[in-house]
Design a protein around this ligand. Structure first.
Ligand code: ATP
Length: 273
């Protein structure tokens, strides 16, 4: 069946402990956690709590992860949808799905709505040519704008959107009162890669020869998602060789495999430091 689930509601078990590096982004989203947990501190002074936050960064840098961590830390329900699937999957019903999503989130407020790949629906309306013109996408975007304007700033719903293409977004999305706050996530530097490795080896059975420092040094340009991938690949490789513990050599083999995969996807691996 093609009954794909695009909206999921749930309590997020992710917390800031699961998010390595991204120090500045964490500080900024902590404010969002506080808006959700203690709205009265702000509203008492007459402040309007922001409705929308845009996470901007390359693929795999932890945008979804940090959005889930906000929900987990604030202990509020997490509703999510992906811009791309949305437009492709539900021709004719995009707008009504957006309406439903906001309705549900409002009924469970305080809550978070997460919109991944918002550029897929939120691409500038002027920038599409005749072949790409997509009425469905446009009506979904219009509904999203309507919904954003349709609830008060202190409703307890905060919409977090993610994109790696902020340059193509329709300006209407970025107006005050919509996604006017931007939080930037970058590829991790070596120290941050070490921290990400540490998060992902927590649940692995490791041999004594594991050297995180050199793993981090040997993975320049890797995203958090790539590193999570290496850790899991290493465990799979060790298991295939019937080992009791995962060794450094398994990680190195996993790293080569992930690099191979990245090259096939013709991504450019550019060392950051
Ligand atoms: P995309 O743009 O491709 O949707 P994204 O920025 O939303 O990517 P995530 O889906 O959050 O990236 O990351 C994928 C996985 O990579 C996470 O579930 C997590 O396991 C790992 N990961 C990414 N960044 C980090 C990080 N900073 N700390 C720990 N794990 C990370």
């Amino acid at each position: 069946t093609n009954a794909r689930i695009l909206e999921t509601e749930g309590k997020s078990a992710v917390t800031f402990k699961d998010v390595a590096g991204l120090k500045e982004a964490k500080v900024e989203v902590m404010e969002v956690v506080d808006f959700l947990k203690n709205p009265e501190i702000y509203t008492k002074l007459g402040a309007k709590i922001p409705k929308g936050v845009m996470l901007v960064g390359p693929p795999g840098t932890g945008k979804t992860l940090i959005a889930k961590a906000v929900a987990g830390e604030a202990k509020v329900p997490f509703f999510s949808m992906s811009g791309s699937e949305f437009v492709e999957m539900f021709v004719g019903v995009g707008a009504s799905r957006v309406r439903d999503l906001f309705k549900q989130a409002k009924s469970k407020a305080p809550s978070i709505i997460f919109i991944d790949e918002i550029d897929a629906v939120g691409r500038s309306r002027g920038k599409v040519n005749a072949f790409q013109a997509n009425d469905e996408r446009e009506s979904t975007l219009n509904q999203l704008l309507t919904e954003l304007d349709g609830f008060g700033p202190n409703t307890g719903v905060i919409v977090i959107a993610a994109t790696n293409r902020p340059d193509v977004l329709d300006k209407a999305l970025l107006r005050p009162g919509r996604f006017d706050r931007h939080i930037y996530l970058e590829l991790p530097n070596k120290t941050e890669r070490e921290e990400i490795f540490k998060v992902h080896i927590r649940q692995l059975k490791l041999a004594k020869d594991i050297d995180i420092n050199s793993l981090a040094a040997l993975s320049p340009g890797f995203s958090g998602a790539d590193i999570a991938n290496i850790c899991n690949e290493a465990a799979l490789i060790a298991a295939r060789h019937k080992k009791q513990l995962i060794k450094q050599s398994d990680f190195m083999e996993a790293r080569d495999r992930v690099i191979g995969g990245l090259e096939r996807k013709s991504k450019i691996i550019s060392p950051k430091e």
